[in-house]
Design a protein around this ligand. Structure first.
Ligand SMILES: Cc1cc2nc3c(=O)[nH]c(=O)nc-3n(C[C@H](O)[C@H](O)[C@H](O)COP(=O)(O)OP(=O)(O)OC[C@H]3O[C@@H](n4cnc5c(N)ncnc54)[C@H](O)[C@@H]3O)c2cc1C
Length: 304
């Protein structure tokens, strides 16, 4: 590890910098090896500083929110991992209301805060266990809506500066964006979402109903949510179930008996066990249905 960048980060972030630290507790699957360096940032400006330091010293940078859509390798992640806890937010209560949120705000919290203001539009997001940054990056969605439908603008940091991009520039498609597809060195600092004035009780009831539907259809426990994207016209979970793979285990990881697209860590699992289950599901579904299952979850870190 470059000593100059470590010193630079320590000078700015002191105790927010940790070395050789396990990333498993920072993921919803509770899986993953160590980061060489983990820096926790608490504001957008800190996020900018940490990212620019890495870019300046040409160090590999990995940004994580709450780690709900990533599978980190057992060997961990080389370079610097930034844990994003930038959580400021502000409502604009105009005729056309909106909310600005830093990218470390938990999306579900933003949905609940909007509901408390009588603002409608993000009810679906109350069921997403990720940050605003993760949602804007991957076009998170649920119940027929998605981030692309609510986002007005995203504040993006690149090596050349800090810009506000309108939603059109994000090149959104199903669970994807230009950042996910081809912009390696771009970071979402904050985002503005359009909302509508609504009835507080109605909004809260909708959130409760969606949350209950979620609880009824998805397994509890440590997971990354849906492992694969749904192929056109079908469901990854249905294909995995029809392939007879529900309940299969490798090590302590199980393809859930409740939902075939959820891989649940029953404790002390290894990332390679999940990887083997991924390959098994892809191979079996291809053989039985001639369908290629594409990962929704991102595999991160040192997999060699
Ligand atoms: C139980 C469960 C249910 C889920 N249900 C859904 C669902 O219904 N719909 C859905 O779409 N997803 C769902 N997910 C997946 C996940 O919650 C979303 O993809 C979420 O948006 C990821 O956010 P995160 O902060 O956890 O991102 P992370 O997993 O930490 O990171 C994911 C990717 O986003 C990048 N990233 C994160 N923040 C930024 C940023 N500020 N700037 C640039 N890149 C960034 C990371 O580098 C990484 O490549 C579910 C997950 C779980 C565990």
């Amino acid at each position: 590890m470059n000593a100059a960048v470590t010193a630079n980060l320590r000078e700015k972030f002191s105790s927010q910098v940790q070395e050789n630290i396990s990333l498993a507790p920072y993921t919803t699957a509770q899986i993953g090896g160590p980061a060489d360096i983990l820096v926790t940032v608490r504001t957008s400006d800190e996020l900018v500083h940490a990212a620019q330091a890495c870019w300046e010293f040409d160090l590999h940078l990995t940004l994580i929110g709450i780690g709900s859509n990533i599978l980190i390798s057992d060997r961990g992640v080389r370079g610097v991992v930034i844990l994003n806890k930038a959580k400021a937010l502000e409502f604009q209560m105009d005729a056309e209301p909106s909310v600005w949120a830093e990218s470390g705000v938990v999306f579900a919290n933003l949905a609940h805060r909007s509901a408390a203001q009588g603002l409608s539009g993000l009810e679906w997001a109350a069921t997403i266990p990720g940050t605003v940054g993760g949602a804007v990056y991957g076009n998170a969605g649920a119940f027929g809506s998605d981030t692309a439908s609510n986002l007005l603008q995203a504040e993006i940091l690149t090596e050349t500066g800090r810009f506000w991009w309108p939603v059109e520039k994000m090149e959104y498609s199903y669970r994807s964006s230009c950042l996910k597809k081809h912009l390696q060195k771009a970071i979402i600092l904050s985002a503005k979402f359009g909302l509508k004035n609504g009835d507080i009780e109605l909004i809260k009831t909708t959130i409760e109903q969606l949350t209950m539907r979620r609880k009824a259809s998805q397994p509890p426990g440590a997971s990354m949510g849906s492992m694969f994207k749904n192929p056109p016209g079908d469901f990854a979970g249905r294909l995995i179930e029809a392939s007879g793979l529900k309940g299969i285990r490798i090590g302590n990881v199980e393809i859930s008996t409740i939902h075939g697209n959820f891989f649940v860590n029953h404790g002390n699992s290894r990332a390679v066990d999940i990887k083997e289950l991924i390959l098994l599901a892809q191979h079996t579904v291809k053989e039985k249905f001639n369908v290629d299952l594409e990962l929704e979850v991102e595999m991160i870190g040192d997999w060699e």
